[in-house]
Ligand binder design. Structure first.
Ligand code: ATP
Length: 217
């Protein structure tokens, strides 16, 4: 007999169950459950100190010792697997000040690989840094540094973007740029977790929300 039932939904790109992080036995966040699938953004809300940055660092595989389970594409994932599929844009942008914008990006490509169909010059132009290819990163303003980090995100082949306050230090055009880049990333099957104290302005993508409890702050 033919089965006309709907095919099973694909597993979310990232799922966490009972995820919890403590520092010196003090809870920072959780236990919490979250899911984000291809084409989706998960907005992480919460007051100062509620654990948003810590959550993103756990999900980027940078912090050890979290309790609970993390799944990537439906399979249990350890820190290595998570690090393979994700890229973090955090408060510390990680540029080397003495290297030029292009050299910084080539350094990142050497570590993490490069998406097909994009070059360093294309990425710099996409974030409004055409003409700054040879300028040392230490000469960049805070907003230009953020733009350089966005160019790195465009280049590395991560499906899951972990964006911690991506709008900070950006002018209005930069805020629009972040939203366009996220929309494009999601349209290509990527996913994003985004923390923001401000409004998230793109209505063009499927969005979930997660609110962290600031009780421990
Ligand atoms: N390296 C650290 N060592 C000790 N405690 C830390 C460290 N980093 C963060 N914390 C503490 O962990 C808690 C959560 O911090 P976290 O930076 O994750 O919060 P947040 O929600 O991102 O805050 P904000 O909105 O202010 O950026 C806070 O109480 C903070 O003081």
């Amino acid at each position: 007999m033919t089965d006309f039932s709907d095919p099973p939904a694909p597993a979310p790109l990232l799922e966490a169950r009972g995820l919890r992080f403590c520092r010196n036995d003090d809870p920072v966040f959780g236990p919490l459950d979250l899911q984000v699938g291809s084409g989706e953004a998960l907005l992480v809300h919460g007051g100062n100190g509620s654990g948003k940055t810590t959550l993103l660092r756990v999900l980027a595989g940078l912090l050890d010792g979290a309790q609970g389970q993390i799944f990537v594409d439906g399979e249990r994932a350890g820190r290595d697997r998570i690090a393979q599929v994700s890229a973090l844009l955090g408060h510390l942008l990680g540029h080397k000040g003495e290297l030029s914008a292009s050299e910084n990006l080539r350094f990142a490509i050497g570590l993490y690989g490069c998406r097909s169909g994009i070059t360093v010059d294309m990425a710099l132009a996409s974030v409004g840094l055409a003409g700054f290819e040879d300028a040392p990163a230490r000469q960049f303003s805070a907003g230009q540094r953020k733009r350089l980090a966005l160019a790195r995100l465009l280049l590395v082949p991560a499906r899951l973007w972990l964006l911690d306050e991506p709008y900070a230090n950006l002018d209005l055009a930069g805020i629009g740029l972040v939203n366009r880049l996220v929309e494009r990333h999601l349209a290509k099957g990527g996913a994003a977790l985004i923390t923001s104290h401000g409004a998230y302005a793109t209505g063009a993508v499927r969005t979930r929300t997660l609110t962290l409890d600031a009780a421990h702050a």
